[in-house]
Design a protein around this ligand. Structure first.
Ligand code: 13P
Length: 254
């Protein structure tokens, strides 16, 4: 089963508008049009419209993700962003369930599941994050913990929806620490994620779903993750901020 690799940058809460514009102008046309990899930037919501408008080609090779959305399409939710609004901007993906959202903003598995449904309802694709803490990793419970997160996030989705989405395995202890997972850990955990999808939705769906590794990925180490059979791409924070570094990540995917 060949799955198209997907490299997604997650800018988190970084950049001012001029920097976002500069990034687009340097990166968009430098991405080869051979379509070997899906290249995505997850930008703060306030940049999404400008990002989409700044892309010069309607079928640009650079796709855009929101970093979060609400699970309702409209209503009295001050400060939140509606998936309907995000979709109307032409945004392709929404990252949900990032450990920073779970830890700092108390998002639950149930919230994340509702968001996944909302994203599909609005014709976008979720990138669903999962990952364990250092304590859980060290106690040998990572597979069970992450499996439960994935199963809960996917509840009630159709097989077709699950086959089309992206799951990002990001061990919390590897995020922003420079302490990336070994390639064996990344492979084993991405395989474990795929096995949960197979158990809940069947092997055919599991063979299609794309699973990324995230956590201190950079141009120097991405090739070894991409060589793992169950790793279909990367979700990258720090190393996605500079145009040269983001392009180097894409270059490494052959
Ligand atoms: P870093 O690549 O900076 O470790 O961040 C990973 C991440 O959280 C991407 O969502």
């Amino acid at each position: 089963m060949s799955r198209k690799p997907i490299i997604a940058g997650n800018w988190k809460m970084n950049k001012v508008p001029a920097e976002a514009r500069e990034f687009i102008s340097q990166v968009e046309l430098a991405i080869p049009s051979n379509n070997l990899v899906d290249a995505v930037i997850g930008a703060p919501a306030i940049f999404l419209e400008g990002m989409k408008k700044g892309l010069s080609k309607a079928n640009s090779q650079l796709q855009v993700a929101a970093q979060n959305c609400h699970f309702e399409d409209a209503g009295a939710f001050t400060g939140e962003n509606s998936p309907k609004t995000i979709a109307a901007l032409g945004v392709e993906y929404v990252i949900i369930g990032h450990s920073e959202r779970r830890d700092y903003f108390h998002e639950t598995d149930e919230d994340i599941n509702k968001k996944a449904h909302a994203i599909f309802r609005n014709d976008m694709t979720p990138i669903i994050c999962c990952g364990e803490s250092l304590e859980t990793y060290e106690s040998g419970q990572a597979v069970d913990f992450v499996g439960a997160q994935v199963s809960a996030a996917l509840k009630g989705l159709s097989a077709e929806q699950v086959a089309s989405l992206v799951i990002a395995y990001e061990p919390i202890w590897a995020i922003g620490t420079g302490k990336s997972a070994t390639k064996d850990d990344a492979q084993n955990m991405c395989k474990a994620v795929r096995d949960v999808v197979a158990r809940d939705f069947g092997q055919e769906v599991a063979d299609k779903v794309r699973v990324q590794y995230g956590g201190s990925v950079n141009p120097a180490n991405i090739a070894e993750y991409m060589a793992c059979p169950d790793v279909d791409g990367a979700l990258v924070g720090g190393a996605s901020l500079e145009p040269a570094s983001f392009l180097a990540l894409l270059e490494a995917v052959k």
